[in-house]
Design a protein around this ligand. Sequence first.
Ligand code: ZN
Length: 273
Amino acid sequence: MPELPEVETVKNVLKQNLLNLKITKVDVFYPPMIKTNLNEFLENLVGEEFLDVKRYGKWLVFETTNYALVSHLRMEGKYYYTLKCDREKHEHVIFHLDNGYVLRYKDVRKFGVMYLVKKEKLFTDTPLSELGLEPFSKDLNEDYLLEKFKTKRLPIKTVLLDQGIMTGLGNIYVDEVLFKSKISPFKKANLLNANDCKAIIESSKEILTDAIKLGGTTIRSYTSSLGVTGSYQDKLLVHTRKICPVCNSPILVKKIGGRSTYYCQKCQKVKDE
Ligand SMILES: [Zn+2]
């Protein structure tokens, strides 16, 4: 599944290709993917020019002349920017561009979603209204996390996956952040102290910055769009690993909230419980 660094990589590649291009036609082959009015999606984008591509958490936002096209890749969504050609299997949305190219959205499992809203409605009428702070946000600090965590009696692993608190960390990077912060994934979020919160923020920034530099992580079937593959998988310290790089203990894998969680029992002790 693409996480923040992967989406950042996709965003950068799309931005290099799409700016100043106009949309001449839109085809939607799987209407349930469009979460706002379908006819408006098909009609309103025609004649619009791509002015910017941004990322908020794991959401992509294409800014056009008047609209914001919001897209989430979910499990396997990918964008391809190519010369106009026949539609391939699993391509559900195709944007025709005024330079003879097309932007094609492919999604084998069809979990991806798109919203089209007027630009000024971006943070009120789309799921972006529910996002927590970005790991890189200046407003993210220990006090913010302590306040959010104090009512959460769930494992910190589960709480960090909740995009309404801190946005952008998925399964792989939460494991890495907790390992680096020396916090057990099982520890209840409401038992974390200010130092734990500080460690989480610092590790998140460090890990995501490195992962973005390396183009994200490529494991299992996921590769970003446009042939971009990341290499952060070589840097993972705990996720998918067998031996702890710090103490040489075996890395354990357990399900927490249904998600496979990798951790070192020795380096990530549950204290204060
Ligand atoms: Zn260890």
